[in-house]
Design a binder for this molecule. Sequence first.
Ligand code: HEC
Ligand code: HEC
Length: 340
Amino acid sequence: VLAACGDDATETTPGPSPVELGAERYATYCALCHGEEAEGYAADQASAIGNQDFLAIADDDFLRSAIARGRPGTVMSAWGSERGGPLAAEDVDAIVAFLRSRQTAASIDVDAISVPPGEPMRGEAVWSVYCSDCHGATGEGADYLSVANPEFLAAASDGYLLHVIENGRTGTDMLPFDTELTSQNIADVVALIRSWQMPVDPDPCGTPVRDFASALLHPEGDAPDFPAGRFVPVADVFAAYDSGARMLLFDARAPCDYVEEHIAGAVSVPFYEVASYVEQIPQGETIVTYCACPHAEAEAAADALEAAGFADVKVLDEGLPLWIEEGHPLTSGTAPGSPP
Ligand code: HEC
Ligand code: HEC
């Protein structure tokens, strides 16, 4: 028996267990979209990750990669520190342990399911009738999550896809298709989804530049004349931005999303990191926060700014998706860029 190392006296209070740590991390970073009980849909498309049918087929690697690498191009960010996110590997493992602690259904080894060969062309006919309304014409996501995302398809085997399609997800709008569709139909749809798979992007994200001394847009301009209340429509924010109003624009998402694409002139202020920048943020200015989900993270950032004493904080109402749809200025990379 090895003797303990002698610093026992200092270890009077044990640290949190992985499940406790995971619950804490989950509440900070995930609940605003996936719901406090992981029931899903606190924000659009954020699936029910505490669902028993999901937990039964998603193994630890599947969960770890979804959390750390995210689903690029969707509002599911990369949360792992290797992609600029706030979570170290042990935090990711702790969240997985927390989700597992809620699992009551037996795990199913979906990778062992043998999937009959299918024909993507035939799958298209099935897809457009039964699936595209909810998941998009080519699986890019619509009312519900994407099934063509490169990170998803890198993690999900054909057996995973087949199992979901046959059995659905109890308690969600994903119904079982095992009676409506033949096993050949299902094999064809699996082949179609697989045909959408693209390689994952190996590039880790850069670190956003945060220079609050030059963050104010149009320092010579007047403060914007926004309507009362917290939410300001994209049309009003754009009108102020475009006509040279003086304001701060904060992107509340995780850094990888910012580097991918952000409003020209916006500074990266992730909702969970607001406290670290409070000292540097200019006082007395109008601050507009935004995210893409369409405003859960922007609201969390606004709450934190108000708690730190900033009085004029607004949230972009319809979020980045409408800003993009309207063709308003965007830029990519680690630097804020300049407004028009
Ligand atoms: C009425 C809307 C709706 C329709 C129609 C629908 N789905 Fe879904 N699907 C969902 C929802 C909702 C989920 C996620 C449920 C959750 O976990 O929150 C889902 C999940 C999935 C998943 C798992 C994705 C993942 O990340 O784990 C696959 C695969 C899938 N659907 C394929 C299909 C296919 C194939 C069809 C057509 C045969 C189809 N779906 C039809 C709503 C739908
Ligand atoms: C801004 C909202 C948002 C936040 C915050 C968020 N997610 Fe997500 N998450 C989503 C959306 C939306 C999707 C579906 C993406 C897609 O369309 O593929 C998703 C997908 C997932 C999936 C894959 C589910 C499946 O069926 O394939 C997991 C697992 C997941 N999130 C876990 C987490 C965890 C853990 C956190 C906290 C560290 C988190 N998410 C934070 C929005 C969010």
